[in-house]
Design a binder for this molecule. Structure first.
Ligand code: ARG
Length: 467
């Protein structure tokens, strides 16, 4: 029985069962919040002194004691006593051990309920900033790859069937759009993360003349809670983060999937860097795309965390419930997973080798310029539906003869498309198909060059030789 240690032990005649302690403790994982917990407590102590609730000397002792504890934890000499439930109690107990009575005053006008909400918000704000930078680096790697291979063509797909030729850089810039939105979502969510809940106390506010604006501003939070019940029970900001992270992972998973199929012999569009692939323990010839596979695979656990926390929250009455302690592991695991996935994809793109010859080979045999022929006829005034029909018949003919469209003679083509002239053959060329798609956001080299230059400017990338 270690009841003397429990800061809430006063009401209890008996100590806690060991099993209960193990089941309820969060110390193993929430020690990751120690910096935030200490910063929040220091701000709280300063506020208490400013408001005349404790003396300036007491506040100073508290701030200094906490500073020392940070050093102890940083250096690994701090003893995390499993009897002490969570990081908040572990730090407070050590503080009292160090400075005595003043330490016992720190928790005045505060509860672990508003304390933990602040810690998590502080932690997440920092994590989101770091993740934004990681995504910026990912975008840079993508933009550099797009610049390096500007002009290379490959089939664009719908239904995973070859559809129309596009520029490889255009394909990559599609991912840049996703990443730009990922950044925008994260950035925008910061405003809802940086709302200080400190001062809500347990649930109803406090009888002390506190100044939540002051503690909030000490934390760099521009806003303060408006309702104490909400402040201690709201985890929307975490749900948002898990949702945004799920979307990021889904984006990465789609790219990972493409890299996996592109690196296989059936496609042969890319060669994965050795440093990002692994071998087989039995088949000596294998080079497996484990990194993109795991990025794809790990998207499942992140999406799972989102669902998990939604389920944790759905039946909770106001205000704080211990269930909320279940918010931390999904948060930490999501952050580690997303950060890892973003960084590995960045490294992989940086070393990815392209096989333009493999891409070029796939441009043949699929009648990829059939739409161009239909456009050609429609531009002559033939209704598009009619043109579509005529081209369909022409394709059938070419297929039967095992030929490309441009290998048919004009006479053969005219059997199905009487208005066709010799200039049609210009329209059937793959490179002209790409070059003609100059509509806004299209794949024409001039458009892609524009789009890439814009992205490079956004990312602060200097391009040698660019005007
Ligand atoms: N470890 C707790 C959590 O993560 C801290 C808050 C505990 N509050 C309480 N009333 N038991 O949620």
């Amino acid at each position: 029985m270690k009841m003397a240690k429990k800061p809430w032990g006063g009401r209890f005649a008996r100590g806690t069962e060991q099993e209960v302690e193990a089941f309820t403790s969060s110390l193993d994982f929430d020690q990751r919040l120690y910096r935030q917990d200490i910063a929040g407590s220091q701000a709280h102590a300063r506020m208490l002194a400013r408001q005349g609730i404790i003396s300036p000397a007491e506040a100073e002792e508290i701030v200094r004691g906490l500073e020392e504890i940070r050093g102890e934890i940083d250096s690994g000499e701090f003893f995390f006593d499993p009897a002490l439930e969570d990081i908040h109690m572990a730090i407070e107990a050590r503080l009292t051990e160090k400075i005595g009575e003043a330490g016992r005053k720190l928790h005045t006008a505060r509860s672990r309920n508003d304390q933990v909400a602040l810690d998590v918000r502080l932690f997440l704000a920092g994590a989101v900033e770091a993740l934004l930078e990681d995504i910026q680096n990912l975008r840079r790697a993508g933009a550099r790859l797009a610049r390096r291979h500007l002009g290379v063509m490959l089939p664009g797909y719908t239904h995973l069937q070859r559809a129309q030729p596009v520029l490889f850089s255009h394909h990559l810039l599609a991912y840049d759009e996703m990443w730009r939105r990922d950044q925008a979502r994260l950035k925008e969510s910061l405003a809802r993360i940086r709302v200080s809940p400190l001062g809500a106390a347990a649930l109803a506010g406090t009888t002390f003349p506190i100044d939540p604006e002051f503690t909030g501003s000490q934390m760099g939070f521009p806003e303060v809670f408006r309702n104490s019940l909400d402040a201690v029970s709201d985890r929307d900001f975490l749900l948002e983060f898990l949702a945004h992270s799920s979307i990021i992972m889904v984006h990465l998973s789609r790219l990972a999937e493409e890299l996996i199929i592109w690196s296989g012999a059936e496609f042969g569009f890319v060669v994965l860097p050795d440093a990002y692939a692994t071998g087989s323990s039995i088949m000596p010839q294998k080079k497996n795309p484990d990194v993109p596979e795991l990025i794809r695979g790990k998207s499942g656990r992140v999406c799972g965390h989102l669902l998990g926390l939604l389920m944790t929250l759905k039946g909770l009455p106001l205000a704080y419930n211990r269930d909320l302690q279940e918010d931390k592991e999904p948060l930490f695991d999501t952050l580690d997973t997303v950060q890892g996935a973003v960084r590995l994809m960045t490294g992989l793109l940086g070393q990815l080798q392209i096989r333009p010859e493999g891409m070029a080979a796939a441009l043949h045999g699929g009648f990829l310029t059939a739409t161009d022929m239909a456009d050609y006829l429609a531009a002559k005034g033939i209704p598009f539906r009619t043109a579509h029909e005529q081209v369909g018949q022409t394709v059938r003919q070419a297929e039967a003869q095992n030929k490309e469209l441009w290998e048919l003679s004009l006479e053969e083509i005219r059997k199905f498309a009487p208005q066709a002239d010799a200039d049609l053959f210009e329209w059937l060329k793959i490179e002209n198909s790409v070059a003609r798609r100059t509509s806004p956001g299209g794949t024409a080299p001039a458009r892609v060059a524009e789009a890439l230059a814009l992205v490079e400017k956004e990312l602060g990338i200097e391009v040698a030789g660019a005007e």
